[in-house]
Design a protein around this ligand. Sequence first.
Ligand SMILES: *Cc1c(COP(=O)(O)O)cnc(C)c1O
Length: 233
Amino acid sequence: MDLSQNVKAVREKIAAAARAAGRNPEEISLCAATKVQSDDAIRAAIAAGIRVCGENRVQELTAHLEANAYVGAQVHFIGHLQTNKVKQVVGRVDLIHSVDSPKLLQAIHSQADRLGIVQDILLEVNVAREESKGGCLPEDLPALAELARNRSGVRLRGLMAIPPISTVSGSNRKYFSETRQFLVDIIGKMSDNKPCLSMGMSADFEDAILEGATLVRVGTALFGPRPSMGAAR
Ligand SMILES: *Cc1c(COP(=O)(O)O)cnc(C)c1O
């Protein structure tokens, strides 16, 4: 496994998908999903050109921050976040992707307020309405976006979605397209003129780009397969 070759290959695929969609490849950020990776693997990824790291466990985030593993990159929190852990995340990451309830939003706002900062967030939408998944239901998005607009401790930057694991090429395009439409629906509630649409993983990031993703979260295609303990969330 050659990390810098993988970074290059993924970037080339991102660029090709962007061109196929008539988009500028520079509109699309590559977020390396670093769960179960070591401090050194993260440093190597940054040395290979990665500029955004996405963590999904608070414990790993804390350990990597203490080890200064992310120097040179932004850090995003992309996993499910429990309300009782917001103190370990707010103000320590550039963007939280997984805000999916009024309670979590309020907890992030309160902690940001206490710190005197504004925390950038995305709302996560459970686009395929899967029982097992985080994310709010599509019909709850407008109210959650409105709440975000009224909380000074958070700045709503866009949406994130994790559709079902893609088995057949193209199988998730309808979910990506729906997610993009949800973003259009709430855009009036955002101050941002360049909203973030976080969708697409190793198996389907090209389809996500065809449907408007501005940030793709890629793990396996960069770092190779994870040990089976590294479940998706
Ligand atoms: C692990 C993970 C990814 C990346 O998954 P791969 O299939 O390894 O690319 C993306 N997003 C989230 C939220 C993840 O937990």
